[in-house]
Design a protein around this ligand. Structure first.
Ligand code: NAD
Length: 497
């Protein structure tokens, strides 16, 4: 039986200036669930006129409202109440998210809890925040006066919608910015819950605005709006490039979290059972729809055959099925269009590597966007399944002989988001990590992240790092104020005649 939550809305609307509203032109788009692939709701489809309304409300709230002027402690209290609300509603949130995205329910629950943690973390950070002063004894004191930038445009993808929205909303709001959020059109359901959560927590009207719609319409209008001072974007590299171009005439602040094709490198001296657990989880959790997925595994030749056979056995045993079943490890991919894309890579891979697990739709799951966890061995570095982001439960395994060769393979793609290294040699671990072109490296671990650390990619995986104070730096201006403590020598222009 296909699970359908009881509390589905009759319609998904925008939320502008404290009210749920339809699109100015009344248009809508279909939202499907990934198990039945049928339309379960219509969402308001935002265009330029809706973005104009949302940005005007955010600008009013910024120019005249209390939010940017509150003491950090007062803002932190509201952020903590938001975290409390998210925690109190985590089961409901996970249920809706699972229904809309196809993510396994246990993983969606973890994402909801992480969303709460993001708010709590930035509440703490702004209370503890200190800014620089520079003294020139007897002559000058200089200090940094930090202030929110203004209206922030937030554009998010569909893979973990609610959590990724919190990742932008929490630091933007903590900084005192007001926002217009444009969530991904495949998965607009959970975003509409923010409105109620924020109202309950006491966020002033107009500080948070939400416009649903297509990227080329609502997203595009947000990027090009002259009153939106910065854009925080997470999504595909090609979309990021388009946004860069469109933001250039306005010289907006940009933060770009883009795609990845991250390597997991397993040396012969690694703790093999731990490496197998971790590299399986690293690519098959979140249905493989994970920006930091370790989707290329490089394995030292002396353990290669053993690794491949153990890995393939485990991959075949992964529980694929109903996303709402707590036993499910891999659910349904988000949308039939994305399913078709992932399946086309599965077919391509059959000509580029040796298929050792999966390779298509799992038996017994005749409908819904299900893909059996798929493992290709002996994949060459020029293969498309080695080079391109698939964003599904598909992994490429490649052997290497030397450290130099492993590093060359690790860096042989255009992306540079994450890397995972498995070795018990301390010196190798660090020197190898330093040589990898990736924004984040994990040694003997999958992606477990302290919220204070920088997050972001290099090369085609992004520009600008967020995480901890770096997020606050993005959403604030650091104005330098210079004070003279003694007379300043000034050349006397025009005083010599
Ligand atoms: P996408 O680029 O298709 O869409 C992302 C968002 O951008 C959506 O809200 C979409 O409507 C909007 N958009 C599309 N075209 C636009 C335009 N011209 N102007 C403004 N907005 C536009 O990405 P997706 O398919 O939703 O998400 C998957 C991608 O996101 C993958 O590449 C994945 O690696 C990446 N991702 C990266 C991170 C990270 O932190 N680096 C995290 C999660 C996902």
């Amino acid at each position: 039986m296909h699970f359908v939550p009881e509390n589905l809305p009759d319609r998904i609307r925008h939320y502008i200036d404290g009210e749920f509203v339809e699109s100015v032109d009344g248009s809508t788009f279909d939202v499907l669930d990934p198990v039945s692939n049928t339309t379960y709701v219509q969402a308001a489809s935002g265009k330029q006129a809706d973005i104009d309304r949302a940005v005007a409300a955010a600008k009013r709230a910024f120019d005249d409202g209390p939010w940017p002027r509150m003491k950090n402690r007062e803002r932190a209290r509201i952020l903590n109440r938001i975290a409390d609300q998210v925690e109190a509603r985590d089961a409901e949130l996970a249920e809706l998210e699972t229904f809309d995205t196809g993510l396994p329910i246990t993983q969606a629950l973890g994402q909801a809890q992480r969303a709460a943690e993001n708010f709590r973390f930035f509440a703490d950070l702004i209370v503890a925040q200190r800014d620089d002063t520079y003294q020139v004894p007897g002559a000058q004191v200089n200090y940094v006066h930090r202030k929110p930038v203004g209206v922030a445009g937030l554009i998010t993808p569909w893979n973990t919608p609610f959590m990724l929205e919190s990742w932008k909303l929490a630091p933007a709001l903590a900084s005192g910015c007001t926002v217009a959020l444009k969530p991904a059109e495949f998965t607009p359901l959970s975003a509409s819950l923010w409105a109620g959560i924020f109202e309950e927590a006491g966020l002033p009207k107009g500080v948070f605005n939400l416009v649903n719609g297509l990227g080329e319409e609502a997203g595009d209008a947000l990027v090009k709006h002259p009153d939106v001072r910065l854009i925080s974007f997470t999504g595909e590299t090609t979309t990021g490039q388009t946004i860069f171009t469109n933001a250039a005439p306005h010289l907006k602040g940009l933060s770009m979290e883009l795609g990845g094709k991250s390597p997991a490198i397993v040396f012969a001296d690694a703790d093999l059972p731990a490496a197998i657990d971790s590299t399986l989880f690293g690519v098959f959790s979140l249905n493989g729809e994970r920006c930091t997925a370790g989707s290329r595994i490089l394995v030292e030749r002396s353990i290669y055959d053993d690794f491949v056979s153990q890995y393939a056995e485990r991959a075949k045993n992964i529980v694929v099925g109903d996303p709402h079943d707590p036993k499910t490890e891999v659910g349904a991919l988000v949308h039939p269009e994305h399913y078709a894309k992932v399946m086309s890579y599965v077919e391509l891979g059959k000509g580029e590597g040796r298929l050792v697990a999966g390779g298509g739709r799992p038996e017994g799951l005749e409908t819904g966007n299900y893909v059996a966890p798929t493992v290709f061995a002996d994949v060459k570095p020029d293969a498309r399944i080695f080079q391109e982001e698939i964003f599904g439960p598909v992994v490429a395994i490649t052997p290497f002989d030397t450290d130099d060769e492993a590093l060359e393979l690790a860096n042989a793609v255009k992306y540079g988001l994450a890397a995972y290294l498995w070795t018990s040699d301390l010196k190798r671990a660090h020197t190898f990590a330093h040589g990898i072109e990736a924004g984040m490296v994990w040694l003997n671990s999958h992606n477990v992240r302290d919220l204070r650390t920088p997050f972001g990619g290099v090369k085609a995986s992004g520009l600008g790092h967020e995480g901890g104070y770096r997020s606050l730096d993005f959403y604030t201006e650091q104005q330098a104020v210079h004070i003279s403590l003694s007379p300043v020598h000034t050349p006397k222009f025009g005083a010599s005649r």
